[in-house]
Design a binder for this molecule. Structure first.
Ligand code: FAD
Length: 539
C-alpha cells in the first residue's frame, strides 16, 4: 500500500561522495535533505571493509589514492579535519619498478622527480621540469577554477582562452591526445611509458584528442596522491558527520522504484515498498544517466530526445579494474630496493611496465576482451598507517586494468578471477620475492564485473561513471542540455561522476551542483566558490 511520508526540501539519490558533498553544502544552507542508497552503508566508492576471516585487517576495495584531496575547497568548507578526517601524502609518491632493478620515481619534490628522470634521459628530465613549471599558472588560473565551477559554454570558453598567451598555450597542448603529447615531447621509452601510465591512472583515454594537457597538468600539480588515515571510508564518515550535524538525513539499504514527476516537475521518489517521499525543492541524482532517466523514470516523464541521449551515454573501455588484496605478516620488500632503498617506502608502486609499446598491447587486449600480460599498480597502506591492520601486520593490494566483458561476457569472471589473482601475485612476487615466503595470511580478488555488482552506477565496471569520448565532457557531460547539473526535467538535477568534471574522488561534481541548486532555490551561497568565467576573463 502506498503511503505518503514526510516532505523534504530536497532528496538525493545515492550516497557516493559527490552526493554526500552536495547534501552537506545544502544542509548547511538550512535545507531539509534526505539521501538514499541501495547499499547498506553510505559512501559509494569510499569503502573500507574489515576482513571477515581476519578481524583487524582493513581493505579498501574501491578508491584509495585520493589526489590532492586536502586542497579541495569542500575539504576546507566542510571542516573535515574537525570531523576527524586526516590525509597523508607520502613523499615518494609513485615508483615504477623495473625488473632490472632500476626505478622511475615521482616525488612530492619536483627536483627529486627530475633527478630520477635524468637517470633515464637528461633531455626528458629538462622537458619534464619545463612543463611542470610552465603549467603551474595554467593549472592555477584556468584548469582549477574550471574544475571547481559549473562548466562554461564551449564557444565562450574558447573565446576567453584565445585572448591570452596562457589560454592559447593550453588550447595548443590540449589539442593533442596524451599519447601524442608524450611521443612528441619525450624521447626515452621508459619515461614515455611511465608518464603515460602514471597519468593514465586518472583514466582519461590516452588516445583521446583534447586531453594533451592532462599529463603536464598532473606534473604541475602542487599536491599528489594522498590516502585517508584509517581507510578510505573515514572520508565518508566525516561527510556524514557534517550532514547529520546540520540536520540532514540518510537512509541506506533501500530500493528505489521511480522518481515522482508531477505536472512535468520532479517532486520526490517512490521506493520498491511503495512508500513515497516528497521533495518541495529538488531531486538530485548521483546515479548515472541510464539509471536516472531510463530505469527510474517512466517514458511519459522524460522527453523522448532526453531518453535517447541517456541511452547513448558511453562508458570507458579502459577504466575497469581488477583488484588483488592481501593480508600480510610483513610488507612487500622489493628486490630493487637493493639499489634504491627508498622503494620500500614508496606509496604507489607500478609493476610490470617495462616498455612504452605495452600500452598499445593493453588497449588491443581490452578491445578483444582478453587479458594482456600484467601491468599493475598498488600500495601497502599499512606502511604509512598502522591502524589498517593488527599490530605488526600489513595489508597490500594491486590493481590492473582488465576488460569488463572477459571474452565477450562479464560472467566469465566468476570462473576466471581466482586464477587471474594467482597470475597477478606471480608478477608481484617476481619484484617483491618475500611475497613467496609464507607471509600471506589471506588473499581475495575483485573483478571488473564485481565493481558493477557493488556499484551499479559504474556501468560496465567504469569507475569514472562515463567516458570523456562521445563529447561527454564539460558543458556536454553527460550530454548536451544536462551539462550544468540541471536536467531538462524541472526540479531534477544530476550530481555524480557522470557530470563535469567527471569521475574519481574529486567531489567537484557535488560541489558544483550545490552552487547551481542553491541558486535555483534562492538560497544564499555561504561558501566562496571560484568563478571560471571571471578567472578566464582576467588572464
Ligand atoms: C576498483 C576501484 C578503484 C578505484 N580507485 C580510485 C582511486 O584510487 N582514486 C580515485 O579518485 N577514484 C578511484 N575509483 C573511482 C571512484 O571510486 C569513483 O569515481 C567515485 O566513487 C565516483 O563517485 P560518485 O560520487 O559519482 O559515486 P559512487 O561513489 O559511485 O557512489 C554511487 C552510490 O550510488 C549508489 N547506487 C547505485 N545505484 C543505485 C540505485 N539504483 N539505487 C540507489 N543507490 C544506488 C551506490 O550504492 C553508491 O553508494 C576507483 C573505483 C574502483 C571501482
Amino acid at each position: 500500500m502506498t503511503k505518503t511520508n514526510a516532505i523534504f526540501d530536497g532528496i538525493i539519490l545515492g550516497t557516493g561522495h559527490n552526493a554526500l558533498i552536495l547534501q552537506a553544502y545544502l544542509s548547511r544552507c538550512g535545507l531539509k535533505t534526505l539521501s538514499m542508497d541501495r547499499a547498506p552503508i553510505p559512501g559509494g566508492g569510499l569503502m573500507t571493509l574489515e576482513n571477515p576471516r581476519l578481524p583487524g585487517f582493513r581493505h579498501n576495495p574501491h578508491s584509495f589514492f585520493h589526489r590532492a584531496l586536502t586542497a579541495m575547497p569542500w575539504f576546507r568548507d566542510l571542516e573535515l579535519e574537525r570531523h576527524g578526517v586526516r590525509y597523508l601524502e607520502p613523499k615518494l609518491n609513485v615508483a615504477m619498478i623495473l625488473r632490472d632493478g632500476r626505478a622511475l620515481e615521482w616525488w612530492t619534490d619536483l627536483d627529486r622527480t627530475v633527478a630520477s628522470c635524468a637517470e633515464f634521459s637528461p633531455r626528458d628530465a629538462d622537458t619534464l621540469r619545463r612543463f611542470a613549471e610552465e603549467f603551474r599558472p595554467i593549472v592555477e588560473k584556468i584548469l582549477r577554477p574550471e574544475a571547481q565551477s559549473p562548466p562554461l559554454e564551449p564557444g565562450l570558453r574558447r573565446r576567453l582562452l584565445e585572448r591570452s598567451a596562457l589560454g592559447q598555450r593550453l588550447l595548443e597542448i590540449s589539442a593533442l591526445s596524451p599519447l601524442e603529447f608524450v611521443t612528441r615531447h619525450f624521447e626515452n621509452d621508459i619515461v614515455r611509458a611511465g608518464l603515460l601510465f602514471f597519468n593514465g591512472l586518472r583514466e582519461v583515454d590516452l588516445r583521446l584528442k583534447g586531453f594533451g594537457h592532462s599529463i603536464p597538468a598532473l606534473l604541475a600539480s602542487r599536491h599528489m596522491a594522498q590516502m585517508a588515515v584509517g581507510g578510505t571510508a573515514s572520508l565518508a564518515h566525516g561527510l556524514v558527520n557534517d550532514i547529520t550535524q546540520h540536520g540532514g538525513e540518510l537512509r541506506c539499504g533501500i530500493e528505489l522504484r521511480r522518481i515522482l514527476v508531477r505536472d512535468g516537475r520532479a517532486t520526490g521518489i517512490e521506493l520498491a515498498t511503495g512508500e513515497q517521499i516528497h521533495a518541495s525543492g529538488f531531486v538530485a541524482s548521483g546515479l548515472n544517466p541510464q539509471q536516472t532517466f531510463l530505469d527510474l523514470m517512466t517514458p511519459e516523464a522524460v522527453p523522448a530526445a532526453v531518453r535517447e541521449q541517456a541511452a547513448q551515454f558511453q562508458y570507458n573501455v579502459l577504466a575497469p579494474l581488477f583488484g588483488l588484496h592481501l593480508a600480510l605478516d610483513e610488507p612487500p620488500r622489493y628486490a630493487a630496493a637493493a639499489l634504491h632503498p627508498e622503494l620500500n617506502e614508496a606509496f604507489i608502486v607500478l609493476v610490470g611496465l617495462e616498455r612504452f609499446g605495452q600500452f598499445h598491447e593493453i588497449v588491443a587486449a581490452h578491445e578483444r576482451g582478453e587479458i594482456p600480460p600484467p601491468v599493475a599498480w598498488g600500495a601497502c597502506p599499512t606502511l604509512f598507517d598502522s591502524s589498517q591492520a593488527p599490530p605488526g601486520n600489513h595489508t597490500a593490494f594491486l590493481w590492473e586494468k582488465l576488460p569488463y566483458a572477459l571474452r565477450g561476457d562479464p560472467s566469465n569472471w566468476v570462473r576466471a578471477k581466482d586464477a587471474h589473482g594467482v597470475r597477478l601475485l606471480k608478477l608481484w612476487r617476481e619484484l617483491a620475492p618475500n611475497l613467496g615466503h609464507g607471509i600471506i595470511r589471506d588473499q581475495f580478488v575483485f573483478s571488473p564485473a564485481d565493481t558493477e555488482t557493488t556499484l551499479p552506477n559504474m556501468r560496465r565496471g567504469d569507475l569514472l561513471v562515463g567516458s570523456f569520448a562521445n563529447n561527454q565532457v564539460g558543458y556536454d557531460r553527460p550530454f548536451a542540455g544536462a551539462g550544468c547539473y540541471r536536467t531538462p526535467v524541472p526540479g531534477l538535477y544530476l550530481c555524480g561522476g557522470s557530470t563535469h568534471p567527471g569521475g574519481n574522488i574529486t567531489g567537484l561534481c557535488g560541489y558544483n551542483a550545490a552552487r547551481v541548486i542553491a541558486a535555483d532555490l534562492g538560497k544564499a551561497i555561504w561558501w566562496n566558490p571560484p568563478h571560471a568565467e571571471a578567472s578566464l576573463a582576467g588572464l
